[in-house]
Design a protein around this ligand. Sequence first.
Ligand code: ADP
Ligand code: MG
Length: 369
Amino acid sequence: MSRVDAKHMWKIYEGGVEAVKDANFYCEDGGFVAILGPSGCGKSSTLRMIAGLEEITRGELLFDGKLVNHLGPRQRNIALAFETYALYAPLTIYENIAFPLKAGGLKKSEVDKKVKQIADMLNLTDVLRRKPAHLSGGQQQRVSLARALVRDPNVFLLDEPLSHMDQRVRVVLRARIRRIHDELGSTTIYVTHDQEEAISLADSIIVMNVGVIQQIGTVDELWNHPVNKFVAGFLGEPAMNFLEGKIEKPQEVSIAGGEGEATFQLSGEVEERYVGGEVTVGIRPQKVIVSPNKKGDKLVPSLIEVIEPLGESKILTAKLDDVELKIVTSYEVEARVGQIIWLEFKPEDIHIFDKETENALIEKLSRNG
Ligand code: ADP
Ligand code: MG
């Protein structure tokens, strides 16, 4: 297995589309990294450059410290499973999975053992004698995944490998993929637009948007210390709430609501030059504290418009002046539509973003300090 390093890697397609801009990241030997971002942000382009299927326009790609830019996919010895499965139609499922092993010159009995093992893990045992055309999309995708995982490559590259499957099957296969990774100690780079998949699988997540890596970190880092509004809003369900606020003091932000405004303490300091200026305040739906009555001056009033029960919890949609807020509370919290509730935010749960650059303001300071 190999360590992968991307240094200042760019993909500019003919016609000038800058799909990947100056990407810097690594995946340790035996690591599991997810590339997460919305459709069109450059995830597949990044993976295809690592695979050797797409030329690297600028920058360097290293496997174990050795430059591989000029090597083809075969020489890089990577195993791929893509969203589109490209199975060999005339071959049976067994033969499809066995194909890369036979090409590698493995003994027949060894091939047989490996194919059956992986087929068992991915629930394909019953369809081994069939041809691809007789399988559902989800099954074909599992065959494609099996064909990748059966090998012993330098790096596994998986591009939305579960996208055509039902939610239930996806959850099962997620756990299997992680188990295979842990057993083989394989370096794995996994592309997905699904945050749940990235969170449940990867040790480290690379968040991309419009061709640019926004942040790289563990789930905890991305969740608690998003470096900008995009990362803050992309991770989390329901998404983080954003409100307009004004910096009163380096450690205080106020939010207008109802007749007046409420002032909240921050967990760190914002630069002096922001004092008196407007900022974006972020608060996760799970972190809003609600009270039926006003207590002190640290609360803003809001009007409940919708209540969605979710079993253990419920999601309230509440209006703070014109802004719609999502609030996740325990099912035990009493709430009814049309009721005024008072909202409070704890200092450590408040995120502050520059209105123009959208960069996190408190975070930056604590990083520098
Ligand atoms: P993702 O996998 O995150 O959805 P892609 O890497 O597929 O994103 O695409 C990133 C951008 O590059 C998109 O704007 C897409 O339209 C463009 N793109 C992808 N492939 C090509 C190509 N072969 N030629 C030109 N533009 C492309
Ligand atoms: Mg893609």
